[in-house]
Design a protein around this ligand. Structure first.
Ligand SMILES: NC(=O)C1=CN([C@@H]2O[C@H](COP(=O)(O)OP(=O)(O)OC[C@H]3O[C@@H](n4cnc5c(N)ncnc54)[C@H](O)[C@@H]3O)[C@@H](O)[C@H]2O)C=CC1
Ligand SMILES: O=C(CO)COP(=O)(O)O
Length: 344
């Protein structure tokens, strides 16, 4: 049944998800902060800064008023960067007239609180604002979704009815949606793969070959799984779409901002210069900071994350970071996947 859906955040991913929702016949209002962007979307049916060259559906409406977008919505899809989640949820409390299903598609962990996005949302949202929170995650570059290329993702929520409602809302012929009850695993997989994508980009910038990339992806997944299991996720989730699937797509694609950021760092650029040049959110940077603290506080060994933390925040040369990783003490491959810090 067609629903009234507000999409919060008109960057690449919010706009691409709005396209999917329009294709499914929903009445979609896309909230953007800048009035010029709203006019461009409504009048020209483009969003050139974030999805260059794509023609947006005629029925897609943008607005700079979150009140207009969300006040009477059945569901709200939040696609703002991690750093904007709390502020956006606080605003949402003041505008919705009846409790909504809130589906977020943000991939990050908050530095400081070390919280996942749905945990931040639970802290901020009032009971009268939401009837359920779900996460949508998986291998899905906005550039390809907006071209209606075949894409598969996962939705997760504490309650099956909300998983299925989110699945029905988004599922189209081009956009296949699976459900998974493991909210912790789905959110962690989406957030932590960005750290590994930064590292893979660095190997590219250093002119390393495919062996180094395969090594980082595989050992990266091992450390994501190690932390995730410790935090209560189902380890199997990490071999699914929101884990391995998203790791592959982010680590192997020119579309990925995290991959491109890592490559520039490997080529010798400074982090500040890279972020300025990118002009879009690179979630892996702040997530590396958060996860380095999270792993330390749970005493979980995450050597790749630690090495990248040193490169990003303490000026370690990427080549030296690679040498440090290669020079670690001898390990067994499989035992090392265990949840706790193994020092055999
Ligand atoms: N681009 C992609 O293909 C995918 C992105 N994601 C995730 O979606 C989230 C959003 O990413 P993108 O849309 O790609 O980023 P983007 O950089 O393309 O756009 C970010 C948008 O958020 C808006 N924004 C920034 N601060 C804000 C604030 N304080 N309040 C309201 N809006 C604010 C910006 O104006 C911009 O429209 C990130 O967590 C990202 O990891 C997830 C899957 C795919
Ligand atoms: O999450 C993504 C694809 O699933 C997009 O990754 P980037 O944020 O690195 O572009």
């Amino acid at each position: 049944m067609p629903a009234s859906v507000a999409v919060l955040g008109a960057g690449s991913w919010g706009t691409a998800l709005a396209v999917v929702l329009c294709d499914n016949g929903h009445k979609v209002k896309l909230w953007a902060r800048r009035e010029e962007q709203v006019q461009e979307i409504n009048e020209q049916k483009t969003n050139e800064a974030y999805l260059p060259g794509r023609r947006l559906p005629d029925q897609l409406e943008a607005t700079s008023s979150i009140q207009e977008a969300a006040s009477t919505a059945d569901a709200v899809v939040s696609v703002v960067p991690t750093s904007a989640v709390r502020e956006t949820m606080q605003t949402l409390n003041g505008v919705v007239q009846h409790p909504v299903l809130l589906i977020h598609a943000t991939k990050g962990i908050e530095p400081g609180s070390l919280k996942r996005v749905s945990e931040m949302m639970e802290e901020e949202l009032e009971e009268r604002t939401v009837r359920g929170i779900a996460v949508l995650s998986g291998p899905s570059h906005a550039e390809e979704v907006s071209e209606r290329q075949p894409t598969t993702v996962t939705v997760s929520s504490a309650e099956l009815k909300h998983q299925e409602e989110a699945q029905d809302l988004f599922m189209t012929q081009h956009f296949r949606v699976y459900t998974n009850p493991d909210v912790i695993g789905v959110e962690l997989g989406g957030a932590l793969k960005n750290i590994i994508a930064l590292g893979i980009g660095m190997t590219d910038g250093l002119d390393y070959g495919d062996n180094a990339k395969a090594a980082l992806m595989t050992r990266g997944l091992a450390e994501i799984t190690r932390l995730g299991s410790r935090l209560g996720a189902d380890p199997l989730t990490f071999s699914g779409l929101s884990g391995l699937g998203d790791l592959i797509v982010t680590c192997t694609s020119e579309h990925s901002r995290n991959f491109r950021c890592g490559r520039m760092l490997g080529e010798g650029w400074s982090l500040d210069d890279v972020l300025e040049q990118m002009g879009m959110v690179v979630e892996g940077v702040k997530t590396t900071k958060a996860v380095q603290s999270l792993a330390a506080s749970y005493d979980v060994e995450m050597p790749i994350t630690d090495a990248l933390y040193e490169v990003l925040f303490n000026g370690l040369d990427p080549k030296e970071a690679s040498e440090r990783l290669m020079g670690r003490v001898k390990k067994r491959e499989v035992e090392d996947l265990g949840p706790s810090n193994s020092t055999q």
